[in-house]
Design a protein around this ligand. Structure first.
Ligand code: FAD
Length: 281
C-alpha cells in the first residue's frame, strides 16, 4: 500500500477566450498526473460565475472530478440556491464554500456574513448532497483579531458541516502542524489539507502574500532578493524550498496536498514528480 498522499489542483478562471483555451492544454497536462480533483476559484462578488461553471463543466466532461469554489459575501439565499441547482445539473459533488471578499465598490454584503453561515445554509438546503470544503488559515486570516478568534471561527465553520478543509499557503510547516493540533484538541477530525503555492516569481509572491497574510520567512526572502532578475535561480530555489516543505508535510502525515497551480502546468508537475506523487492508483 502506498503511503503517498493524494493531491488536488486549483485553477482560476481566465479572463479571455485565449486564456480559457490555454487552460484546456494545462488541464490535460495536469490530468495526466492523476489528481484527485481540480478546483476552480470564484471571483469576488460573483464576477466569474459563468466562467467558473464553464471550466468546471469542461473538466467534468473530460471525465475528471471538479469542485467549484463558491463565495457567499454579496449573495442572497436565492442566488446560492441557483448556484446549487447549476452544480446539481452538471453533476458536481464537491464545493469549496467560502465567505470571499466584497469587491471594492460593492456596498451590500448580502444575506451571509461568514462562511459558516454558507455551510449551514447548504446543509439545511441540500442535506449531505455536497461534500463541503472550507478554508483554513494556519498563519491566521489577515482580518482576524487574533489567532484565538480566527481559530474559534474555523471550529464554528467545521461544526456547521464541513467535510474537509484546505489551507491558505504557508512556508512554515510548524504553523500548519500547530493549527492541526489545535483543531484535533477540539475533537474535530476532518482532513486539513495544506495549500501549496509553487514559486514562479518572487515579486508577485511577495505582493500577494502581504494581502493574504502568508509569511515568507526572512531567510527565503533575503535569498530570493539576492537573485534579482535571475528567473532561473528563483525557479530552482523555489522548487527546492517547496519540495522540502511538502516532504516535511508528507512525513508529518498530511492526508493530501492542494496545489495552487496559477494555471501553469510546469511547477506543479515538477513538484509532483519530485515528490513521487505521479501515477498512483
Ligand atoms: P470566513 O471563514 O468567513 O472568515 C473570514 C473572517 O471572518 C476571518 O477573519 C474569520 O476569523 C472571521 N470570522 C469567520 N466566521 C466568523 C464568525 N462566525 N464570527 C466572527 N468572525 C468570524 N477567495 C475568492 O474570492 N474566491 C475563491 O475562489 C477563493 N478560494 C479560496 C480557497 C482557499 C483554499 C483559501 C484558503 C482562500 C480562498 N479565497 C478565495 C480567499 C477567501 O475568500 C478570503 O480569505 C476571505 O477573506 C475569507 O473567506 P473564508 O471563507 O475563509 O471566510
Amino acid at each position: 500500500m502506498s503511503s503517498k498522499p493524494h493531491f488536488s489542483i486549483e485553477f482560476y478562471p481566465p479572463a479571455t477566450p485565449d486564456g480559457i483555451e490555454k487552460l484546456r492544454g494545462v488541464r490535460d497536462q495536469l490530468a495526466a498526473l492523476n489528481p484527485e480533483f481540480f478546483s476552480v476559484t470564484y471571483g469576488a462578488g460573483g464576477s466569474t460565475r459563468d466562467r467558473t461553471l464553464q471550466i468546471v463543466r469542461e473538466i467534468r466532461e473530460a471525465g475528471l472530478d471538479a469542485a467549484p469554489h463558491l463565495s457567499c459575501i454579496g449573495a442572497t439565499q436565492a442566488s446560492i440556491r441557483e448556484h446549487l441547482a447549476e452544480f446539481r445539473e452538471i453533476g458536481v459533488k464537491r464545493v469549496v464554500a467560502l465567505r470571499g471578499d466584497l469587491p471594492s465598490g460593492m456596498a451590500d454584503p448580502g444575506e451571509f456574513r461568514y462562511a459558516n453561515e454558507l455551510v449551514e445554509f447548504i446543509r439545511k438546503d441540500s442535506g449531505d448532497e455536497f461534500f463541503l470544503e472550507v478554508a483554513g488559515y494556519p498563519e491566521v486570516h489577515p482580518q482576524a483579531r487574533s489567532f484565538e478568534a480566527d481559530f474559534k471561527a474555523f471550529i464554528t465553520k467545521a461544526r456547521a458541516g464541513a467535510n474537509s478543509a484546505m489551507t491558505q499557503y504557508f512556508y512554515n510547516a510548524d504553523a500548519y502542524f500547530h493549527f492541526v493540533d489545535c483543531v484535533r484538541r477540539e475533537g474535530i477530525d476532518i482532513p486539513i489539507v495544506p495549500g501549496i503555492m509553487p514559486i514562479a516569481s518572487f515579486t508577485k509572491l511577495a505582493r500577494f502574500s502581504e494581502s493574504c497574510g502568508a509569511e515568507i520567512p526572512q531567510w527565503m526572502r533575503r535569498k530570493f532578493e539576492g537573485f534579482g532578475d535571475d528567473a532561473e535561480s528563483v525557479r530552482a530555489f523555489g522548487l527546492d524550498v517547496v519540495t522540502a516543505l511538502c516532504e516535511r508535510l508528507i512525513a508529518g502525515g498530511v492526508p493530501s496536498l492542494h496545489f495552487y497551480s496559477l494555471n501553469q502546468a510546469g511547477l506543479t508537475s515538477e513538484l509532483c514528480r519530485r515528490l513521487g506523487l505521479v501515477n498512483q492508483a
